[in-house]
Design a binder for this molecule. Sequence first.
Ligand code: FE2
Ligand code: FE2
Length: 189
Amino acid sequence: MAKADITEEMIFQCFAAACQSDDMAKTAESFVDVEEYENRVMYPEFARWASSAGYPELATLFRKVAGEEKLHAVWLRALYSDIGVPQRGEDTQRAIDALETIRANCDELIAMNPEGVVEKALEVAIRVEEREYRDIYPRFRDQALAANDADTAEVYQKVIDSEREHALWFEAALVNFRTQQQSQSQVSV
Ligand SMILES: [Fe+2]
Ligand SMILES: [Fe+2]
């Protein structure tokens, strides 16, 4: 029987999408829930994979981005002081479950194909950041603008700019990673 492989789609299941609601406070709660999930769970797990696959610089990048996701939540919490512990969103719970499933056989997969796992984690990270800065958070910003809430709109715009930067960092890291792989395979031929 073929050994289980990890696909990009499997890793993409670790992405939790923040959910817009008619109630802006609920939108904010979902945003905080997702950003804190990325801070505490998703990116630290990607960092762990990169580290055990032997790519400490990529682990550092994942941890750096994780730290900024925390900041995003902090910026919005400053405007919505009563969020407290956000209610766990359905999509976040689904993402956590997906991540647990991967974690169960991840170490074995990393041992089998360390480069494959790391490359896919980077591809997924780019997709996550792109979804956020191109689609999800502009809608949140526009909702705040429509409600004449300039402070909230400003925070979402700051987040959009930051997520775009994350996408660019991950894209550069992926290009670099592939170049390294190519030069290594040429050396080993
Ligand atoms: Fe974020
Ligand atoms: Fe981000």
